[in-house]
Design a protein around this ligand. Structure first.
Ligand code: GKR
Ligand code: MG
Length: 430
């Protein structure tokens, strides 16, 4: 009888171009890191996934990978246990703790290592399961609650070009004024058809960002709008801004730092607060609940919440506590996008348009190239597993990029200091 036991796990770090996008921590570096995970069975099937590509994560995955040898692709609970037993979060030194950088992108925090590794392997194992059962991953998750998943236009203030000029400037140009922000939205919506807009804030003086959102409200009447200052505004600044944006916001994402800051904002404003910064695991979920749920919408991310099944459990918790659920993203390619799509399709509660950085990338690692959106949504694949395959030439090229860059950990703060050596990254800045 053919054995489908796992024979080997291959992890390939990759790097792809990332524009000079501004955020509370600083600015994106020219190359974003990810990893491609391939799990091969004795029978020759290969399950794939995409995850983080920073050095601690690569080391953690490499340590845990041999524990999967001999395991059935169906043995997810056993995989969880083996990974948890092997992977201990590395001790973090003060200099490695990049403050805002880490809280802004919780996936980079070492405390999430076990959850991240489990997620990295789980999705690839579910891709294998789907190939064995001849069923899409969404069916393994209970079936599709929707046939297409809506995403939002994720706008960034940005410079036209990276300071090091490592490659030709991107097609988006500068975005530092309300007019340029509207032009960016028009271009992105024209290309993808998105029906909701999110603005990454916390970078320019708040009045300028408020003016940007008001200009968007005027240019796109009736379109749900969100702003996310990544906790870079004090409570009074957050309250002043939400007052200026009255009647405009669908939800208010991480205006002030910490759950206490968010609670203070919630007390004085009637726009629901959303987060990917202060409710990032079940311990924080519990604290939010004990405080009477100042945060009303959890922005999930299977990459650091422990995988697709763990995010479904999170959805149940949100339902129990009367919370909403949406989806956070970091720079990523198509394997992540398709996994997010299967997951979001399987969770009826996840009815907001999900975040995605996808329009900011111009590269791809899946066969067939860039994924096509229809009216701002991605159709849920109906073919077995994730429904995408790795383009081996693209993988080799993206791996070469990785070998040719010295970046090994995301450092938006250090990158910003190249533009402005006096930049402290002190939080909250405004
Ligand atoms: O990529 O600059 C960025 C974002 O700010 C990202 O790091 C955040 O994790 O997109 C994220 C968010 O919603 O906070
Ligand atoms: Mg956010």
């Amino acid at each position: 009888m053919t054995s489908h036991a796992i024979r080997h796990v291959r992890i390939t770090p990759i790097a792809f171009r990332d524009p000079p996008l501004l955020n509370a921590a600083g600015i994106h570096e020219p190359w974003a890191l990810r990893s491609i995970i391939e799990i091969e069975t004795e029978s020759g099937l290969v399950g794939i996934n995409e995850s983080y590509g920073d050095l601690p994560m690569l080391q953690a995955m490499a340590k845990a990978a041999p524990a999967l040898t001999g395991l059935s692709p169906w043995a997810l609970n056993e995989m969880d246990q083996r990974v948890a037993a092997l992977v201990t979060p590395p001790k973090q030194t003060a200099s490695e703790f990049l403050g805002q950088q880490v809280s802004l992108a919780p996936g980079t925090h070492v405390s999430k290592t076990v959850a991240k590794v489990i997620s990295a392997f789980e999705v690839a194992m579910m891709d294998l399961q789907g190939q064995l059962a001849i069923a899409p991953v969404v069916d393994l998750l209970g079936g599709a609650a929707r046939t297409a998943v809506p995403y939002s236009a994720y706008l960034f203030y940005k410079y036209a070009e990276h300071i090091e000029k490592p490659y030709a400037p991107d097609v988006w140009g500068d975005a530092l004024t309300p007019e340029q922000l509207v032009a960016q939205a028009q271009r992105m919506i024209g290309q993808y058809g998105f029906k909701s807009i999110k603005v990454k804030g916390g970078t320019l003086p708040p009045d300028e960002e408020v003016a940007g959102v008001l200009a968007l409200a005027k240019a796109f009447p009736g379109t749900p709008l969100r702003i996310d200052p990544n906790g870079n505004w004090t409570v009074p600044t957050s309250l002043k801004a939400v007052e200026q944006l009255q009647g405009v916001l669908e939800y208010y994402e991480d205006p002030a730092p910490g759950l206490d800051g968010m609670a203070a904002v919630a007390q004085a404003c009637d726009v629901p607060l959303a987060t990917n910064m202060v409710v990032t695991d079940l311990k924080e979920f519990r604290r939010n609940a004990e405080m009477g749920c100042p945060v009303k919408i959890v922005l999930s991310d299977h990459h650091y919440w422990g995988g697709l099944r763990a995010t479904q459990r999170l959805a149940l918790m949100c339902e129990t506590f009367g919370l909403g659920l949406s989806m956070h993203s970091n720079s990523h390619l198509g394997v992540s996008l398709v996994a997010m799509t299967h997951l979001a399709a399987s969770v009826p509660l996840l009815s907001y348009a999900c975040d995605t950085h996808y329009p900011w990338q111009d590269d791809e690692v899946v066969q067939g190239g860039r994924m096509a959106f229809e009216n701002g949504s991605l159709r849920v694949p109906t073919t077995p597993g994730l429904g995408v395959q790795i383009d081996r030439d693209a993988l080799a090229r993206l791996h070469d990029n990785y070998l040719n860059t010295t970046i090994r950990n995301r450092d938006d703060l250090g990158q910003m200091r190249k533009y402005n050596p006096a930049f402290t990254g002190h939080q909250p800045r405004f």
